[in-house]
Design a protein around this ligand. Structure first.
Ligand SMILES: [Cu+2]
Length: 507
């Protein structure tokens, strides 16, 4: 348990730094470097071996001891898993919580079958489950993350702290233009708390206005840069529902990686939006002269009950001897567009919600809640083929639910966005449409109220049952998840109804 006390010490030190530096000078005694060096398990000789124990607990966040948390190995966030393409993840997951769980490797292109990214598993309290995840040798390098995905318990697990980064080496980090630059892995993690009898506790019902955001468990960390210095930040939103609109006034950044994959084309922007689950690889270059910069979220309107306020997230101090900036090429790798002639099937996924007086808000995909899925509702794409899907957000104002955004996420295979637009759910007609020239592939996309997104995806390498869902995890837990079963071209594979051993893990 030495690692826990070390973490607590570092967080306490970081919290002290906040008090000391408020309007005052930088205190050189304080170990700010810890913000970029979270706990980590590394693969060795092709195997990453680690144990993740899930337990209720408390940690110090932003100078306050926060209770009611659920933690991986007592850490907030969980440890970083750092692997290489071709590695095996041999993870022992020990569930010491009072709720069931499982482990999802968000964004990984691996098998959805048992002992890999098997989210139909229900790992009961007090049990241990062994994962053996085979990361393909040609897997994209980039930032991924892991979290519990047990239906009906996803939201409570993630907002209570169960989330950690998973890095696959390679990809954009290996661009020659980034050789030798400082790299930061950053987990953006939201927390809402309340005070009960003088103790600070997680508050599941807390308002958007009272969110505390930490970066690798630190509130308002300070990062240092030299004038002109280029750094590579891989940043992921590991929150259950909060959207961030990240910006650094005085500094633009070049995006080279999204959702764990190096882009085909880089682009420079003043802000990036991170719905829950989204990751970016940002090349950040400091101004040429000393400065203090704010890392901010500008606020994001995802709906009347999901209006996330602007906030400061971190500080960058730019000082010392200048360094030469790096220039990132526009073309990072050859485009790999999914062509018209590959599409064998088109599907429509409609996201909707309603209010129930007795059961509260209810969420649907194509009118069905996850619990009520029948074999008829299970999509069966064929391995080795490509499909085009339309994801439509159908706001249900008549049923007393707000017009809000949903964040669509699909497991196992990334997609390429090819269009987006606005539609009218009452008449089922398109109001406006714009084709999209994707810069790369994604696994997570925001769909605003009354908007739609069109994407194409190839089902490569793996067969088996898995899911797509809204990554606002309350929505997922309350029905907004669909199931699909990738089948082999010859029809082999499980039949989607999930017989035998799998059937016991349906809920
Ligand atoms: Cu949603």
């Amino acid at each position: 348990m030495a690692s826990i006390s070390r973490k607590t010490f570092l967080q306490a030190a970081g919290a002290g730094a906040l008090t000391l530096t408020a309007g005052a000078l930088f205190d050189p005694r304080l170990p700010f470097a810890n913000a970029s060096t979270p706990h980590e398990h590394r693969g060795k000789n092709g195997v990453l071996r680690a144990t993740l124990t899930l337990r209720d607990g408390s940690v110090r966040v932003g100078g306050q001891l926060v209770g009611g948390l659920k933690l991986y190995n007592g850490l907030y966030p969980g440890p970083v898993l750092r692997a290489r393409p071709g590695d095996r993840l041999l993870l022992t997951v020990n569930n010491q919580l009072t709720i069931p769980t499982n482990t999802h490797f968000h964004g990984l292109h691996v098998s959805p079958l048992p002992h890999q990214d098997y989210v139909l598993l229900s790992q009961t309290p007090g049990t241990t489950y062994g994962y053996d995840v085979r990361i393909p040798a040609n897997h994209p390098g980039g930032l991924y993350w892991y979290h519990p995905h047990r239906h009906m318990y996803s939201d409570t697990s993630v907002y209570s702290g169960l989330a950690g980064l998973l890095l696959i080496e390679g990809g954009a980090a290996d661009l020659p233009a980034l050789a030798g630059v400082q790299r930061r892995l950053i987990a953006l993690q939201s927390m809402v708390t309340k005070t009960v009898d003088g103790a600070v506790m997680i508050d599941p019902a807390g308002a958007s206005a009272s969110i505390t955001t930490s970066l690798n468990g630190e509130v308002l960390p300070t990062y240092s840069m030299r004038p002109g210095e280029t750094q590579f930040w891989q940043i992921g939103n590991v929150s259950n529902k909060v959207y961030y609109r990240l910006t650094i006034p005085g500094c633009s950044f070049t995006v080279v990686e999204e959702d764990g994959s190096m882009l085909w084309e880089s682009y420079t922007t003043d802000e990036v939006v991170l719905p829950p689950g989204r990751r970016y690889g940002l090349v950040v270059t400091a101004p040429d002269s000393p400065a203090t910069l704010d890392v901010l979220t500008k606020g994001f309107y995802a709906g009347p009950v999901s209006n996330y306020p602007a906030a400061k997230l971190a500080t960058i101090t730019v000082s010392g001897a200048p360094l030469e900036s790096r220039t990132i090429p526009k073309i990072l790798q050859e485009r790999d567009d999914i062509r018209d002639d590959e599409i064998v099937k088109r599907r429509v996924v409609t996201l909707s919600e309603s209010a129930s007086l007795t059961a509260g808000p209810q969420f649907y995909i194509n009118g069905v809640q996850y619990e009520d899925i029948t074999p008829h509702d299970i999509f069966k794409p064929v391995r080795g083929t490509a499909e085009e899907w339309v994801i439509r957000n159908a706001p249900s104002t008549k049923q007393g639910r707000p017009r809000e955004a949903h964040t669509f996420h699909i497991h196992i295979n990334d997609f390429q966005v090819v269009g987006r637009g606005v539609w009218d759910p009452r008449t089922n007609t398109i109001i406006s449409h714009a084709p999209v020239r994707a810069k790369g592939t994604l696994d997570t996309v925001n769909v605003r109220a009354q908007h739609y997104v069109v994407f194409r995806t190839r089902f490569t390498d793996f067969v088996g049952p898995t899911v797509f869902h809204c990554h606002l995890l309350y929505h997922e837990d309350h029905g907004m998840m669909g199931r699909f079963n990738i089948v082999a071209a010859n029809g082999a594979g499980s039949d989607g109804a999930l017989t035998g051993a799998h059937a016991t893990h349906l809920h």
